[in-house]
Each structure stands twice: as structure tokens, then as C-alpha cells.
Ligand binder design. Sequence first.
Ligand SMILES: [Fe+2]
Length: 193
Amino acid sequence: MKPLYLLILILVFPLMLSAQEPVTAEGEVIFLTGRILDVDGSPVAGAVIEIWQTDYQGVYDHPGDRKTEIRDRGFQFFGSSTTDSQGRYSFRTILPGEYAPRPPHIHVKIKFEDRVLLVTQFYFQGYGNTPGGRAADLVLELTGDEQRTASIDVVIRTGLKDGDRALTPSQSEGPYYPLQDPGSYDNDLANVE
Ligand SMILES: [Fe+2]
């Protein structure tokens, strides 16, 4: 083989490998769905929901997580979904693990017209000590045997409107806020393309 052909093969071979089947995350696959609603109950189209979470072991892709070196390389720790005309969003992800002392949770940020309108966290009924009070509105229930699904509608205020619908409680981003832009990732976290 001529040296030039050999050089081309060496350069192209890694690309051939990366074009193989997507890598699937370990853990329990779940579907996260719901609507984004305005305070008057109308669906908000074009809202962007960004999420970030741990893998099945409770490990983040974040330099501040001391276990980040052992994170699941088959998991896409960040994701985003844009609402359709009915205000619907959807994600395919995995049930996050725990990192003591926190129960499993998914961090959520809602953007509309380039403004951040809500930062909060979702929890799971039956997995650890979930919060009470208004934050109990953020506790999801997984249903279905074949396709484990959790659904939640989130209420935001897009403008200077008055309404009787309660806003979804906000919570902090936590210590493992994303250093990458979740908006550049798709809504399927259980597969790394
Ligand atoms: Fe967290």
C-alpha cells in the first residue's frame, strides 16, 4: 500500500468507528413529558426546556463531581426540547441515581424568547425523601410497565399578565450547574450519537 493511502486510512478509520451504532446508557429508561402553560392556562409554543442530571450511578458530567471520571460514557448528561403548538415537550432519559444526601432529581431550566423564566428540579415519588410544601408539586410519578413515563405540566409567566394559576415552584441550579450548553443537545439522553 502506498504511504499516501495508508495515511488516509489512518485518518479516516477513527471516523468510521464513531459512525457506528449509538451508545446506550445504563440504567432504567424513562420518558419525561408534559406541557408548558402560561398563567392563563394557554399552551406556550416555542419554549425551550433544558435538563441536566446524573447517570444511573448518581454521577454528573461536571469537573466539580469527584466521581466524574467514572461517569457512564453512554449517557448524554444534558438535553433540550422545544415545545410544539400545544406546548408539549418530551425527553427520553434514564432514572437518575442518588448522590447523598439528595434524592434522585433532574435539573430543569425553561427559556422563552431567550429569557430564562424558571430554574427548578424534578423529583420522583418513591425514590428517597422528596420535598414537601409547594416543592411537592415537582414530585413526578412514574407510570407504565413497558414504557416508564412521568408527566408534568409547568406553569410560567411569559408576560406581564395576571392570572389565578400558581407558578411552578423554582429551585436553585445546585452545585453541578451545567458548564456546557444543554440547548446544543437533543431530547434523547439515553443514547449518545
Ligand atoms: Fe443535582
